[in-house]
Design a protein around this ligand. Structure first.
Ligand SMILES: C[S@@+](CC[C@H](N)C(=O)[O-])C[C@H]1O[C@@H](n2cnc3c(N)ncnc32)[C@H](O)[C@@H]1O
Length: 403
């Protein structure tokens, strides 16, 4: 076997593998959700916590995967435009808070700030931009990308967790792009008519999966609400952290809008018969695999978001659904046609901007959930076009049992 082949099958970052193996040795097999938490966010060796050993980036063309802001700045510009409308709805408060959660390397923030400072000066002058980022390494990357704005006192601040914001302290906009799909998930498989949970064991130098009963009452209660009728062999994921997250956000919001962009679906689509293998994926060097037990700590892991459950958890905590759309419709509503018309036709920038709109690509797979609190439900420009029925996220559609 040559060196290249050995690299492809490496089990992962040695200290991280040892830390996970040691936890399994002490406590027995761990639920997959715990394995994913350690692989991505172990406080010393996790994928997002460590600086990459080769000096490359996690996110971007030199990294493992790219996000919308690597393709073209139009999403950041559209978000700035949407923020300006929310600012007017709130009566132009001072300060207007923009809270970005899980900002990655900070490129979207820099694009948002550039658009805001050049086009929406009144908003920019009252803007207080808060980054919520749990990884110190990612915080450093963010600082690098927003250097031009660092010399303005109190304009930008960083916190580690949404818990650090006092209750009802946000007047403004809280947004995230590809945060919820980076939360650790429970993985489930149906065997002999019972929904079982995937656990991770460590045997003879390798991680292996095994099935056990559900690890928590919260997971069992969530499945009861979903009320699925999955056949034997059906495999899927449940992201309880996303539901806790949106409840935490609801408590911190005083008056304003929460905007969540991510890979995802309604519960009915995510847990329907056509997704019988789930949506869990790993990303390494721009290739996709379904094998979390190699390159542990050296590749990203994600699963698509159940937006119905996020909407329902938000409603229960006082965050009301304003609307649900996809990235293509969101950008069209915010005037992306005009932005693209300013680009040289067929130029690389023109083609890149169109890439974000492709109905079978980034324009369609990314969904946008908008919720509000402390204000009346508003007609937001980003929700002008909605490819889903109004009830798609809520009411009886929350149950995934087929009619
Ligand atoms: C997939 S990246 C986000 C990409 C970025 N938003 C963009 O548009 O390019 C996920 C980011 O969320 C951070 N993260 C994960 N869980 C978090 C949490 N609970 N609170 C804050 N940040 C978190 C990760 O460290 C990482 O920076």
């Amino acid at each position: 076997m040559n060196d290249c082949r050995r690299l492809l099958v490496t089990i992962g970052h040695p200290e991280l593998v040892a830390a996970i193996a040691s936890e399994i040795a002490s406590f027995g097999p761990i639920p997959f959700v715990r394995f994913m938490e350690l692989a991505l966010y172990h406080p010393r060796f996790g994928y997002y916590v460590r600086e990459p050993e080769d000096g490359a980036e996690r996110i971007g063309w030199n990294g493992d995967y790219y996000t919308s802001s690597d393709v073209h700045p139009i999403l950041g510009r559209a978000l700035a435009r949407q923020a300006e409308q929310v600012d007017r709805l709130l009566g132009e408060p001072d300060p207007f808070m923009v809270v970005e959660a899980g900002p990655g390397k900070g490129l979207l923030a820099s694009q948002f700030l550039a658009a805001c400072s050049s086009q929406f000066r009144s908003l920019y002058d009252r803007l207080c931009y808060v980054f919520i980022e749990r990884s110190p390494a990612m915080r450093e990357r963010q600082r690098h990308h927003v250097t031009p704005w660092l010399n303005e006192p109190d304009k930008l601040t960083w916190i580690n967790s949404v818990d650090e914001l006092p209750p009802e302290s946000i007047t403004g906009l809280l947004f995230s792009n590809e945060l919820l799909d980076a939360f650790p998930v429970h993985r489930l498989r149906v065997r002999n008519g019972h929904i079982q949970e995937i656990y991770v064991d460590y045997q003879q130098g390798e991680f292996v999966e095994c099935l056990h009963p559900l690890s928590t009452d919260a997971l069992a209660a969530h499945l009861q609400r979903l009320n699925p009728d999955w056949p034997d062999g059906y495999q899927t994921e449940v992201n309880l952290e996303a539901l806790n997250w949106i409840k935490q956000v609801a408590r911190r919001m005083h008056r304003g809008v929460v905007l969540t962009i991510d890979y995802g679906h309604t519960a009915r689509d995510l847990y329907g018969p056509e997704r019988r293998n789930g949506t869990f994926l790993c990303y390494a060097r721009h290739s996709i695999n379904e094998t979390p037990f190699v390159r542990v700590g050296l590749q990203d892991m994600t699963a698509h978001v159940d937006f119905s459950s996020v909407a329902a958890a938000g409603e229960a905590a006082g965050l009301h659904v304003t609307g649900f759309t996809n990235q293509l419709s969101f950008l069209m509503g915010l005037g992306v046609e005009r932005m693209i018309a300013e680009l040289e036709p067929e130029s690389p920038a023109f083609r890149a901007a169109l890439h974000l709109l492709k109905p079978n690509g980034m324009g369609g797979v990314f969904k946008v959930l908008i919720q509000h609190k402390g204000i009346a439900r508003a007609e937001l420009d980003g929700l002008t076009y909605k490819p889903f029925w109004e009830s798609a996220l809520t009411g009886s559609e929350t149950s995934v049992r087929t009619l």
